[in-house]
Design a protein around this ligand. Structure first.
Ligand code: CAO
Length: 457
């Protein structure tokens, strides 16, 4: 006989009486450990209640519209094959408050957008009342936070709940153009829908288009691809949807320039190989050397370790060195952050890099592990290529792209000698960084990578 256990609301950061806005499972569903059971939403944050253990949902103790606090029973879960005949046990979910995103100056990682029933048009489906969604067995719902999810750009932050923000983003609506009908101008889903309807009917044009100062873009081409041959339609992954929206905004709003350079890493590679032989249990790739070199360059050029504040008029300079690493996962790009890289050695960084890459690919990264970055590195060196133009991960002001090193003939003043050259591509926000500074930054990076003793300076 199986055992029935209670799943309770975990520590949700001191919030109480938080409304349930969505049930993510239904009675009879099989859930995996950590799979989301319900979404709670306060004024400031959206949180998901994870299943503390795997099993089958036997009873839901809450419904949409209820308010709950820490310790409230969310569901009774039948845990297969355990504790035959044992009485119902109480087990709070792991203390893993889910990411919310705040409507204030420091947005946090994004919550998972609500899935849409296929038969309905997107706007209607996403706006409809919260409803239980049958969960696929074993579906991992650890909320990945995509590239730039904690971004904040200069300008006013519209007053809207996290769910409304997710809804608006799904529809590509810029909330700053929507008039809120709620108390104090709060924007609700109905306001977003009304805005979309008015734009679709031609009654309103996005302010940016109307004023001529924004992106007055043509509508996306509507093509019946099936007319030209066989096709298959696949929905984008959730990570891709979220990161896509962030990348599109960053690309459109940040005046990007990419500075290309090369570093002679012949000596560095010899050292890396020696280090690898001495530390066979740790995989040491060129990336950790790049992290250390980036820290040295950020120290020397502090305007790169900075963000524009909300007004867009001040630069916030950071005294810490948290480096985001773009990790390619089967579902899309995520950017976990390695903290305090200035205080860590190559071996420690290698271990941490291995751990976060593994966690990223297993969708196990928590929101805290993806926030607070100062500068990002996107390495395609393990794959190939000679250069690329990475997109700045707002509100950071620069990102370093790394391509594959190759042997090249280099003129040493007397003759050509074979040297291992590493291509570097630094994209930067030209509002903050001048081209000359970017060239100094990459030259310095190349110097450090060319002679690691400079890290001691
Ligand atoms: N030149 C030559 N070889 C390189 C290299 C470079 N610049 N960088 C890494 N390599 C080698 C490594 O040494 C390793 O070799 P061995 O297997 O012989 O030891 C191999 O390539 C594979 O490295 P890796 O990719 O597993 O490890 P990494 O530390 O270089 O990178 C990570 C880790 C997580 C960043 C990487 O796996 C990844 O996900 N990269 C993709 C990031 C991405 O998608 N960026 C694009 C974003 S912009 O749209």
């Amino acid at each position: 006989m199986a055992e029935i256990r209670e799943a309770r609301v975990p520590d949700i950061g001191g919030y109480s009486d938080v409304p349930v806005i969505e049930l993510l499972v239904a009675v009879g569903d099989t859930v995996a450990k950590d799979q989301g059971l319900a979404t709670l939403e306060s004024d400031k944050a959206t949180m998901e209640v994870p299943a503390p253990f795997a099993g089958v949902i036997r009873e839901l103790k809450i419904k949409v519209g209820d308010t709950v606090s820490e310790g409230a029973v969310v569901a009774l879960i039948e845990v297969a094959g355990e504790g035959v005949g044992a009485p119902a046990k109480t087990e709070p979910a792991a203390p893993a408050p889910m990411p919310g995103h705040k409507s204030g100056a420091k947005p946090e990682p994004e919550p998972e957008p609500k899935p849409e029933p296929r038969s309905e048009p997107k706007a209607e489906a996403a706006a409809g009342p919260a409803q239980a969604r049958p969960a696929a067995a074993g579906e991992a719902r650890t909320p990945p936070v995509a590239f730039g999810a904690e971004s904040i750009l200069p300008g006013e932050v519209p007053y809207a709940s996290p769910a409304v923000r997710v809804f608006a983003r799904e529809l590509g609506v810029d909330l700053s153009q929507v008039r809120g009908s709620g108390r104090g101008g709060r924007i609700g889903k109905e306001d977003v829908q009304a805005y979309v309807k008015s734009v679709m009917s031609g009654a309103a044009r996005p302010a940016a288009a109307a004023g001529g100062g924004g992106l007055d873009l043509l509508p996306w081409p509507k093509v019946d691809f099936a007319r030209f041959g066989e096709i298959e339609t696949r929905p984008l992954s959730r990570i891709k949807k979220i990161s896509g929206a962030n990348l599109a905004r960053n690309w459109a709003m940040i005046p990007h320039v990419t500075q290309h350079d090369e570093a002679d890493i012949t000596e560095m590679e010899a050292f890396r190989k020696r280090l690898g032989e001495e530390n066979k249990d740790t995989k040491i790739t060129p990336l950790v050397f790049l992290i250390k070199a980036a820290v040295a360059a950020l120290r020397k050029f502090p305007q790169f370790n900075a963000s524009l504040d909300e007004s867009g008029e001040n630069l916030v300079l950071k005294k810490y060195f948290h480096i985001g690493i773009a990790v390619d996962t089967p579902d899309g790009l995520v950017v976990p952050v390695i903290r305090d890289c200035d205080r860590k050695g190559l071996l420690e960084l290698s271990t941490e890099l291995g751990e976060i890459s593994k966690k990223a690919r297993e969708k196990k990264l928590g929101p805290a592990e993806m926030s607070g970055g100062c500068f990002s590195i996107s390495s395609l060196g393990g794959i190939g290529g000679t250069a690329f133009t990475p997109i700045v991960n707002a509100p950071e002001v620069a990102i370093l792209g790394v391509s594959r090193s190759s042997m090249k003939p280099v003129w040493n003043g007397k003759e050509f000698v074979p040297r291992l050259m590493l291509p570097l591509s630094l994209s930067y926000d030209h509002r903050v960084i001048d081209g000359a500074d970017a060239a100094r930054f990459t030259s310095y990076l190349a110097q450090v990578l060319g002679d690691l003793r400079r890290l001691l300076l």
